[in-house]
Ligand binder design. Sequence first.
Ligand SMILES: *Cc1c(COP(=O)(O)O)cnc(C)c1O
Length: 454
Amino acid sequence: MAHEFDTATLRKYDSDYVWHPFTQMSEWESADNLVITRGEGSYLIDSDGNRYLDGVAAIWTNVHGHCKKEINEAIKAQVDRLEHSTLLGLASEQAAVLAKRLVEILPDGLCKVFYSDNGSTAMEIAVKMAFQYQMLTGQRERTRFISFANAYHGDTVGAMSVGGIDLYHEVYSPLLFPTIKAPSPYCYRCTLCEERDSSTCGMLCLQELERLMESHAHELAGLVIEPLVQGAGGMIVQPPGFLKGVRELCDRFGVLMLADEVAVGFGRTGAMFACQKEGVTPDIMALSKGISAGYLPLAVTVTTKRVYDAFLGSYAEMKTFFHGHTFTGNSIACAAALASLDLFASERLLESLPQKIAYISERLQGLAGLPHVGDVRQEGMIGGIELVRDKESREPYHWEERVGVQVCLEARKHGLFLRPLGNIIVVFPPLSISMEELKILMDGIEASIVAITE
Ligand SMILES: *Cc1c(COP(=O)(O)O)cnc(C)c1O
């Protein structure tokens, strides 16, 4: 039986014993924090019974809503068959079936699935796999990676090394392996041109990338990119054609393309995978957040036959990929992921998105007229609203003012739960959100921005 505690007790236990991620705990301990005890569809419910529309989909993971009956049932059924075994020395029913189902929907050519349990780890695996591939194919000087300014690939040391967000990564810099950094196509604060037009900006970024890749071609093992959208970097949307251009450059210089679809995979951009919108097949792709519909920690790193085959040989040849995690291919997580894929089909989820995407677009255009809204960005079911002190000069609010945080706290009065990225308000609801709920979400965001900035 679940234990039940009152809110005061739960808050005390939390502030006495829990160290929260990305959180200044001295502030947290003295705040009245919400304690979430239940979920229902697009809503999170706190220990006092208040309901909050989940505008960030349980940190970008939720797909079909909270406590979705079909997924709950699949998990319960799996628990009574097998909770976990291992993929070290054993095959596993759910992991095998899920791998097959994933390959059926992944961009053509991605055909081997390596399991882990979070996005950072999936990226560590991608980096190690690319590096070892180059070693195994005799390209021993290809040891380096090129990645983008403003990129986020997770918080482990290798994933931070290919990341590019100074606020998160700076302090650890002596620990990180050096990478080559290409500019981010962040048109609104572009440093490459004055055009402030996203396609010009994208072209200039591609040219700079080409120049960098050309001069480092002999030593590059891989290029790491978040396809279509840099998520944690502020929902920076790439102009059409950018990803395709990156793929072409990787081909030209013999560099493996590592696509981090941890945030954008599983329908978020309106397509099942972001790469599919540009007809691109990366050499290695990492997936996590949405894979189990926000239920359980699960991740995969998928690759092509070409990369996989390079690791084949007799044991004595030492071509084995020596990497693995204890909870690799967990049966319950895989069962949740399979139930989620079934729901994509039975609820015709992707088909339901264009109407929602068009509505978000319409509302974002409306918000763009507000006096302290600077750039607004959108890719599918992702929106980013950048708040600025001065619209004309694009002068940002100082990060210490934490205007984004204030707007999100204000939004709770409107029954929303939001989490900003600095001064960018993020729109990232469960894909299953209804049109009525989407209106509540956008109305609340608008009212909260107006209340705080005007
Ligand atoms: C969240 C995220 C990660 C890290 O995933 P974790 O499961 O938090 O380790 C990596 N890449 C991208 C693009 C992400 O959004």
